[in-house]
Design a protein around this ligand. Structure first.
Ligand code: SF4
Ligand code: SF4
Length: 537
């Protein structure tokens, strides 16, 4: 109670400083991190298994103890007390220190793993990678790599910070179940199953990591490895293709992109759990929204072009590899899909009425150019589609998007730009699911505008930078391609204005109406604000 002396606030009478048990538990977690770092310069690690267990336990117990002390002894309800006063969560000095350390870690992980102790061919690992050898041998039978170290720490972060998140949002069933889901998929699908597959001498495979997020899925070495692995490998290949073309579109139609971005994906899982203290840092400006649309769709085009070029090169001549898929068929599929999209843009502009004409015609020109390049490749029989060599293109993508964007910037910049920088600006998977969510999904957030008191909590805590309040004030549904359906806007709303829904809509085109998907709990657009005044519809 002594803290209340330092605050005049009625709503949050805590000063925001840490009490004794909180400091002790944080110190324990820091000790665990230190125990990992101490191993860095060491050639051999004595009692590595014991050391690693102790260090990881200290981190987990420290984080859980801190979370318990911070949330369990207070009444259930959202507690974001002091986020704008803490140096770490308001882009203060502490945020910069953590940002630089995280960024540095990713640079070393991707480009200088030898400093973590990764051994060259035929040599034994040293440093922190050797520290993880016992756990790696226990799971897969192989020595650890930098990716095993990263995967373990990533999983520990999601599990421990996920438990903290559950304690914080324990009054909200949607948040609890969603977080249990990402913890389950990270532990089972991203961490344990791939290691056990390696133990069974099967190809490493994260079943939930699909193309285009998994940009190496269609790489020749991956396809060949899966085919060579026999029946189960073929199943993995077919499952991956089914995920892209069947399972994902169906689930996105019924539930929106949230089924993946907020319930399954590892990147989203880390953002939602470890990134939760930073969600308020997302940029809500219109300029950021414009940049977001350009950048994320450019990354998607890059991913598609790179993959098509790679498959085209790999297929060789029409019957050279003996696959059922030939170069001619691949080109035909490209022309068919792009032609279909172009036809919608040209003939049925009503279906994409949110796109202004400049964007619509720009997209048509790009599609026509790609179809032209494809036709040229087919007629001339050239070895490269789109006039680019596929392998250097694949290398550039892996470096710029796979390493720099998703890792270094995506996580390293959490304390400076919010927790979903990668999901919002760089993830091609989010772009694909977003387009479908925008034009072909039941998911929407309905608003009861009459109840809104314009407090702005929803906009503040939207990690995707959506100005939720502006929709709520107008009583308008939120159907945004970037919305990951985290539900935090609804959770922090003190008036129950927002509701995530995916029931059938009376205005849904699939149920017979041509008016689009934006039906509302109250009204899709009840107030029109013009130059001369407001009109109530
Ligand atoms: S609009 Fe709401 S549900 Fe969608 S991303 Fe923002 S906070 Fe999450
Ligand atoms: S949190 Fe709720 S009441 Fe506050 S602005 Fe958003 S919709 Fe309105």
């Amino acid at each position: 109670m002594s803290h209340s002396d330092h605050s005049l606030s009625i709503a949050a009478p805590h000063s925001g400083t840490l009490d004794g048990p909180q400091k002790a538990t944080l110190a324990l977690a820091a000790l665990g991190v230190l125990a990992l770092l101490v191993s860095l310069p060491m050639d051999t690690i004595p009692h590595a298994g014991l050391w690693l267990t102790g260090a990881l336990l200290a981190i987990v117990v420290g984080v859980l103890g801190y979370a318990w002390r911070s949330y369990a002894h207070h009444p259930a309800g959202i507690k974001n007390n002091g986020v704008w006063h803490s140096s770490l969560t308001s882009r203060g000095a502490m945020a910069w220190v953590v940002g630089v350390l995280l960024t540095g870690f990713y640079v070393v992980l991707y480009f200088y793993p030898q400093y973590l102790g990764l051994a060259g061919e035929g040599k034994a690992n040293t440093g922190i990678i050797a520290l993880f050898n016992p756990l790696s041998r226990l799971l897969s039978g192989n020595p650890a790599s930098q990716w095993f170290v990263y995967g373990t720490l990533y999983t520990v972060a999601i599990l421990s910070m996920g438990t903290k998140f559950i304690l914080k949002y324990r009054h909200n069933k949607y948040e609890v179940v969603r977080t249990l889901s990402v913890m389950f998929f990270q532990l089972g699908f991203a961490f344990l199953i791939p290691e056990l597959l390696a133990r069974l001498s099967l190809p490493y495979n994260d079943f939930k990591n699909m193309w285009p997020l998994n940009y190496s899925f269609f790489d020749d070495w991956n396809v060949k490895g899966l085919i060579d692995a026999g029946g189960f490998g073929l199943f993995m290949l077919l499952f991956g293709v089914a995920m892209i073309f069947l399972i994902s579109p169906i689930l996105t139609y019924f539930y929106g992109k949230r089924w993946y971005c907020s319930w399954v994906c590892g990147c989203g899982g880390l953002a939602e759990t470890a990134g939760d203290p930073f969600r308020q840092l997302s940029d809500k400006s219109e300029k950021a929204w414009k940049v977001e649309r350009w950048v994320i769709h450019s990354v998607l085009v890059f991913a598609v072009v790179m993959t098509a070029a790679l498959i085209y090169s790999y297929l060789g001549g029409d019957s050279a590899k003996g696959f059922w898929l030939t170069r001619g068929m691949l080109l035909g599929i490209i022309v068919l899909v792009l032609g279909g999209v172009g036809a919608v843009l040209l003939i049925r502009p009503g279906m994409v009425k949110e796109l202004n004409n400049k964007v619509r015609y720009g997209a048509i020109v790009i599609l026509a150019a790609v179809i032209g390049f494809t036709a040229y490749a087919y007629i001339t029989g050239g070895s490269d589609i789109f006039f680019v060599e596929s392998y250097p293109l694949r290398k550039t993508y892996g470096f710029a998007i796979g390493a720099i964007f998703s890792g270094v910037v995506g996580v390293g910049f959490y304390p400076l730009m919010g927790s979903r920088v990668w999901c919002r600006f760089g993830c091609p998977m989010a772009a694909v699911l977003g387009m479908q969510q925008r034009f072909f999904s039941r998911f929407r957030i309905t608003t009861n505008g009459g109840q809104c008191i314009s407090c702005g909590n929803c906009s503040t805590y939207c990690e995707m930078g959506i100005d939720v309040r502006s929709y709520a004030q107008r009583g308008e549904n939120i159907v945004r391609s970037s919305c990951v359906g985290c539900g935090i806007c609804a959770a922090v709303c003190p008036r129950g204005v927002l509701k995530l829904e995916n029931g059938p809509s009376p205005l849904n085109p699939l149920s017979g109406s041509a008016r689009g998907l934006v039906s509302g709990r109250v009204s899709s657009d009840p107030i029109a604000i013009g130059k001369t005044g407001a009109t109530l519809r």
